[in-house]
Design a protein around this ligand. Sequence first.
Ligand code: ADP
Ligand code: ZN
Ligand code: ZN
Length: 685
Amino acid sequence: MSQCILTSCILKIALDTPLNALFDYRWNAAADAGADAAAPLPQVGQLALVPFGRREVMGLIVGVSDSTDVPAAKLKDVLAVRSQLAPLSEQWLALAAFAADYYQRPLGEVALPGLPKNLRVLTTVALDRAIKKLGKLADAHDGTPLNMPALNPAQQEAADAIGGAQGFKPTLLYGVTGSGKTEVYLQACAQVLAREDDAQILILVPEINLTPQLEGNIRARFPGVMLATLHSSLSEGERMLHWLAAHQGQARIVLGTRLAILASLPKLKLIVIDEEHDPSYKQQEGLRYSARDLAVWRAWQLQIPIVLGSATPSLESWHHAQTGRYRKLELRERAVRNAVLPRVKILDMERDKPKDGLTSHLVAALKLRMERGEQSLLFLNRRGYSPVICCESCGWISNCTRCTSFMVLHKPEHRLRCHHCSLELRIPRHCPTCGNVDLQPLGRGTQRVEEGLQQLFPEARILRIDADSTRKKGSAQEAFDTVHRGEVDILIGTQMVAKGHDFKKLTLVGILNPDTALFSQDYRASERLFAQLMQVAGRAGRAAQTEGGSVSEVLIQTRYARHPLYDAVVNHDYDHFATTLLEERAQAALPPYLFQALLRAEAPELATAIEFLQAAKECMEHPQVTINDPIPMSMTRVYNVDRAQLLLESASRPALQAFLKEWLAELRAMKTRVKWSLEVDPLDI
Ligand code: ADP
Ligand code: ZN
Ligand code: ZN
């Protein structure tokens, strides 16, 4: 039999387009810019540059075949295959395929945006150079940890259980704030790295601001290990190198934010999800995936251990721990000797009327910290000076002309800003309706609190950390460093400061205005508020109490001093609170006892969006799926577009998934100018 060398074939390629299809292209060695005549056939998992419309785009090869239904005259040639790059593994392709299937998106829209842009635009030479550069770095490769502190027995037990686990073992590491979860992760990592020379570990954190702290810890402990970071503030060049280091198995530890869940990690042996309850793990636009949920799937697929850590686990994970699907490990105490959880007190604003937003009790507590040279943190989850300005003589208020929202006063920037559509206006000198020059700020944001504090404590070093104060690249890190160096007396911040940070000199946390969330229509609001309060409270008293130093304290200013949620915070009682919430969810048939999907529609007129959703509701049914009536979204208009939603619910996830697949095919076939999108497992409804 004579040997036949194939020089051409048909490639099935996934492209980053909303079209739910794969595209056929012809490959032949002669036409491939990067190949010679004897080049092997392209493989599944490789990337290929192809003509698409008028553009050249990068696609992912998902099939190699010798035939196609596309007529020869219409079939286009592949321009080049990135053959110097190892193909993405079968497991990675399966992960992308699962995500595409579960979140009901085309494969290309899931697989390609996760890859570094430079893979698409770099010339072959530049790519070769990057690969070579990494090859040199890799020679360092040594997993021996340094300076590991002795763990307490609970930490040791947890580290051994996680580090020694084999197979798919999801673990919920439920440890109070400051209990030393990070050390547990690091020692579990050390065990895995010591056991397998080429093992890779993926560690996810919810916020980009938390990466430097952990990166520093990892580098200090594992100086010989290549660490790659993946998050949105890397330059394209860095991102490419880090991605490649992970893809080629050189990076042994990959630390990233939610987007890192789609990194290519051929030797992945352990996944760590820190602060697993954090809503930031959910992508809120485009492919609305949950990085935490995908991580659990990925661990299952690879049959490797995964640890989900939190002081306030999500109810989903808590539920899994209660039903035995996850193993629960507990750290009940703070790790640092003589560091204890702070004392939480409720300050009744009906009795102690606040001045400039601060009750006299809180002012006295701040003063005491100032005198003792200790740090305080004031938490207010609202940036800007005041959420609205108004005219007291005619009732005019600063509405956004494009959204169902207010224009927020930003005093230092001399602007009114809409936080939803980014409209910016100069602060009007007089009321646009009646000419009154005395316009008043209503309510209080971080800038206004800062102003009040400066008057109250002129000598204090006050620092505000929020999205406005940290717009410049690197400025957030600079601000956090200033706090760590002890150059700040009073820190004011939004949720940016509430999470994960290990501020060692902080002995007081004041929480200014948490009440609004108590009465939200969103059934998740109390779960979130509780987690947020516990997390921000957890920033206090992380170091050992010093002689003559203050007992660490958390003071919550509220008008609803008797609310049971605050009771639970006072008692640091997550268990009871979570159990009660879960009972309520079970009774009301809400997640995690029920599965949801949300269809959103946008149109210039609300009626058009509702009409589309009504048609969507009526076009199909399923005995196990409830389709609710279309309703306007709670913030109906954003940037001149009206938005409405349709909620689908089912007690069976498979039934809901099966229904969605068929239903979406129908919706895609509908002729409509309404922009619509589907979200599976929505967080905000
Ligand atoms: P968590 O993530 O649980 O809130 P961290 O991991 O930030 O807590 O740890 C809190 C503090 O405790 C850190 O300053 C850390 O260095 C310290 N720590 C952790 N484990 C130990 C230990 N075994 N001995 C002494 N200090 C520890
Ligand atoms: Zn007026
Ligand atoms: Zn607006």
